[in-house]
Design a protein around this ligand. Structure first.
Ligand SMILES: *Cc1c(COP(=O)(O)O)cnc(C)c1O
Length: 394
């Protein structure tokens, strides 16, 4: 099986799919019946199962998490020259999706403890750097309307949704949650995305469940769900006569991908338990290392620990995150830096950013360690030993 060749060898990968359930059987069913494209029973079944898993009434399968974000922005009414608040530290996709609708991301810093977008800083931007006229919030610097907040639940840990929802209400903004990294994480006891008007998930290869590539838009609003289905399937008003009243997208998930998704979803609880056990294992091994900051959980959060990430203080250990990464690599262990903060990204150089010093520090010190749900205890011990050996002061 490909899974064994990926994780069973000497190399310990960062995060690889765990294909251990009914994936083969369900895909075979698609191939045997000829239902391979965007129509077929598995798409409906995956949507229903997913909605049930997170406790939301509607889920619309999409071809990727980025596509789900794009459609969510359209549904939220974000348009040309509108601004959308995005965390300074995240994978680039949400900022790109804002550009797809002709809008502009505005980068706001994260908090230093949980690395999530900081509601206090969002509030400061909205109240001190914006004007307010007739329910319209406008960025003083750019003169553009601020239309939405797009927080990311980073690395499986929930951001403070209630605080952000209150700001969205007070300043008349839409709230779109990027939950692509956080399926299975919880906010105040509820699954992330479970109460969202608009939230996006991803089933990319390294996410907690995968369909090869794919995404899901979830919503509590039936009208938005209908509209999402319409827009993701080329906005067909009269399929017989080929009449389209809107510019739609070819963003539907295929039945083959949904078949894999159904099989993966059946294993979600087990994957989550495994992710949390891996995090516990690392936490126990590293809690005595001075200069290594473990990933914490906020009082409101239960993290899915999608990617276990520590911070490394080089002034204590004498080695940087990049040097630890190199030491791990020479021991056959894959690790990863976080993403270049978006206020430094050449791709978004034209966008406005609030000062984001915390994102810079976290980026310069963080290192993500192997977190595959299929990782064995032996492999994790190897990672721990190599990490402790690379670290130094103890
Ligand atoms: C993975 C990811 C996405 C994009 O998902 P795709 O399915 O790869 O398009 C979006 N936002 C964040 C924060 C991600 O980590």
């Amino acid at each position: 099986m490909p899974f064994d060749s990926l994780t069973g060898g000497a190399r310990v990968p960062l995060s690889v799919p765990n294909i251990a359930g009914n994936e083969w059987a369900y895909v075979k069913e698609c191939l045997d019946t000829g239902w391979v494209s965007s129509v077929g029973g598995f798409v409906d079944r995956f949507e229903r199962g997913f909605a049930e898993a997170i406790g939301v009434p509607y889920a619309v399968a999409c071809s990727s998490g980025t596509a789900a974000l794009h459609v969510a922005l359209v549904l939220a009414g974000v348009g040309h020259d509108d601004e959308v608040i995005v965390p300074a530290l995240t994978f680039i996709a949400p900022a790109n999706a804002v550009r797809y609708v002709g809008g502009w991301p505005v980068f706001v810093d994260i908090d230093s403890q949980y690395w999530q977008i900081d509601p206090a800083r969002v509030h400061r931007f909205l109240s001190e750097s914006c004007t307010h006229d007739d329910g319209v919030t406008r960025n003083r610097v750019t003169g553009r309307r601020v239309a939405a907040i797009l927080p990311v639940h980073l690395l499986g840990h929930a951001c403070d949704v209630d605080a952000l929802a209150a700001l969205a209400r007070d300043f008349n903004l839409a709230l779109i949650e990027d939950a692509t990294e956080s399926l299975g994480g919880r906010y105040r006891g509820q699954p992330i995305g479970g109460r969202s008007r608009l939230a996006a998930f991803s089933f990319n290869g390294n996410k907690i469940i995968t369909t090869g590539g794919g995404g899901m838009l979830v919503t509590t609003d039936g009208t938005l769900a209908e509209r999402a289905k319409y827009l993701t399937t080329q906005a067909k008003d009269d399929p017989g006569e080929f009449i389209h009243r809107a510019v739609g997208f070819n963003y539907r998930l295929t039945n083959v991908q949904a078949a894999i998704g159904c099989a993966q979803l059946e294993q979600l609880d087990r994957f989550l338990e495994r992710k949390r056990a891996i995090a516990r294992g690392y936490n126990e091994a590293f809690c005595g290392l001075s200069g290594v900051t473990l990933p914490g959980e906020a009082p409101w959060a239960s993290s899915s620990y999608w990617m276990y990430t520590v911070r490394i203080d080089a002034s204590v250990g004498g080695v940087t995150n990049r040097e630890v990464q190199a030491a791990l690599a020479s021991a056959g262990i894959e690790s990863r830096l976080l993403w270049q903060p978006l206020h430094r990204s050449p791709a978004h150089a034209a966008s406005h950013s609030e000062p984001s010093p915390v994102a810079d520090v976290v980026y310069d010190t963080a290192l993500t360690l192997p977190s595959s749900t299929g990782m064995t205890d032996d492999q994790q011990h190897r990672v721990v030993d190599a990490f402790v050996a690379a670290w130094g002061p103890q």
